[in-house]
Design a protein around this ligand. Structure first.
Ligand code: PLP
Length: 227
């Protein structure tokens, strides 16, 4: 418990300091705790320490933990690889999806979102460094996808998500983050209502916040190294 709380406080302090350096209010970046491979018990402890948003990458693993944690008011984000045959479960059991990147998935998520629930919050995943093996939409395809999301009744467009390439971050001082910010601002200029730019992880959350991130996704520095 103390260990997790200490780590949470450290990450929160880093986020607050980065926001300050960027001339923003200290609470202008949300912390998403990435709990893949973590037990329900550890999630429960982090929740007790004050963390409310959790991100999961694998549907079956997430559903199992959600069952064990059904008594807690956790906001669940799906951030992992998304396939058509999993969209129904995702649409039923998550509040946010940050890894949708093509029309078919978005259409299915909208159709399968239970009407009893509020629209599913969507951050489109962008393959900002055009890596062949990585998920995410081509940056050039993002405006049309964003317009599609804004028109689907079961979805609510919230923003963009990216996992920049490590090489790009090392070589160009995080220009990937700057390009994401440009894309994000461009959509807003077009009149689309976005409020979430999800970028930055344990190693680079400061750089991401300086570039305009409003949500950082942190696993390792909250829970310790994954096996
Ligand atoms: C695992 C993961 C993270 C967290 O990465 P850490 O380096 O452990 O902080 C963030 N975002 C996504 C999409 C992930 O899969």
């Amino acid at each position: 418990m103390n260990d997790l709380k200490e780590k949470l406080n450290k990450v929160r302090a880093r986020i607050g300091a980065a926001c300050q350096s960027a001339g923003r209010s200290e609470d202008s970046a949300t912390l998403l705790a990435v709990s893949k491979q973590q037990t329900a018990d550890r999630i429960r402890k982090l929740f007790a320490a004050g963390q409310g948003h959790f991100g999961e990458n694998y549907v079956q693993e997430a559903l199992q933990k959600q069952k064990q944690l059904a008594d807690l008011d956790i906001t669940w984000h799906f951030i992992g690889p998304l396939q058509s045959n999993k969209t129904r479960e995702v649409a039923q059991h998550f509040s946010w999806v940050q890894s949708a990147d093509r029309p078919k998935l978005l259409q299915r998520l909208s159709d399968q979102r239970p009407p009893s629930l509020p629209p599913l919050n969507i951050c489109l995943q962008v393959n900002i460094d055009l890596e062949p093996q990585k998920a995410g939409a081509h940056p050039g395809a993002v405006p049309e996808l964003a317009r599609l999301v804004s028109q689907l009744p079961g979805l609510k467009l919230r923003g963009l998500m990216a996992i920049p390439s490590v090489a790009a971050a090392d070589q160009t001082g995080h220009s990937s983050f700057a390009r994401m910010k440009q894309l994000f601002d461009g959509l807003r200029t077009e009149g689309l209502e976005l409020d979430t730019l999800s970028m930055g992880m344990s190693a680079d959350l400061e750089a991401a916040i300086l570039a305009g991130s409003t949500m950082v996704r942190v696993g390792t520095d909250l829970f310790g190294a994954r096996s």
